[in-house]
Design a protein around this ligand. Structure first.
Ligand SMILES: [Zn+2]
Length: 234
């Protein structure tokens, strides 16, 4: 008996999700990974700020929560992400940074991605100890005038306490006090736990040691991205 041809589903365009807490260097490594893979680096935060700046209906709703110091609810974040992927032609893979941040968001992403012709193929988690995060963030000094940031050990200003760019005084932001950093880390771990479980349970989680130089960590991220063909010559 002749068999009916199998329905052909077009292959999905890959999304690699990058997960990491405060001070993990997620943005830097995300960009390095995207350029190594020839993917688009998409910052969810950048997309949200763009909506807010342009005053779109979604952006206006989001800014109400932010102004009141509240987290933007999952449903609204989902709508914002939907607009992002609706506008993408799905021609190029994506390194996604800053989303999802909760289990509900990870589940929503599956559906948003599929509707736009994408699939989440891997979730890379940048693992870093709390002590290292505190060390990285608490050494940070910010210029009160131009906003440039410096670091006691990794990026010191030419003159202690003075901004190289504009000569104004460097200040320590309240966010960068050790006690505040420890609270942010605890909150991050609370949120990320179920999310890691979700990607681990579906065989897509890759944990990457994120301590060392930027170059070392980026090389590790790229080597472990789980995207096949990356090391093959063109
Ligand atoms: Zn300055």
């Amino acid at each position: 008996m002749p068999q009916a041809p199998k329905p052909q589903t077009p292959p999905s365009t890959p999304i690699v999700v990058l997960l990491g807490g405060p001070g993990s260097g997620k943005g830097t490594h995300g960009q390095a990974l995207a350029s190594a893979l020839g993917y688009e680096h998409v910052s969810a935060g950048g997309h949200f700020r763009d909506h807010i700046r342009r005053g779109t209906p979604l952006g206006r709703q989001a800014s109400k929560f932010i102004e009141n110091g509240q987290l933007v609810p999952d449903e609204l974040v989902t709508e914002l992400m939907r607009t992002l992927f609706r506008g993408c032609p799905a021609a190029k893979g994506v390194v996604l940074d800053g989303y999802p941040r909760s289990l509900a968001q990870a589940e929503a992403l599956e559906e948003i991605a599929a509707a736009a012709g994408y699939a989440v193929t891997g979730a890379l988690y940048l693992v870093i100890s709390s002590d290292e995060i505190v060390r990285r963030l608490s050494g940070r000094w910010t210029c009160g005038m131009c906003g440039r940031t410096f670091h006691e050990t990794s990026k010191p200003p030419a003159r202690p306490g003075v901004c190289d760019a504009c000569g104004a005084e460097l200040l320590r932001r309240a966010d960068d006090e050790p006690a505040t950093i420890r609270r942010r880390i605890a909150l991050f771990h609370e949120m990320i736990g179920p999310l890691l479980g979700f990607y681990r349970g579906t065989g897509r989680l890759v944990e990457i040691a994120a301590e060392g130089t930027v170059q070392e960590v980026s090389a590790r991220v790229i080597a472990n991205s789980g995207v096949s063909g990356i090391n093959e010559p063109l």
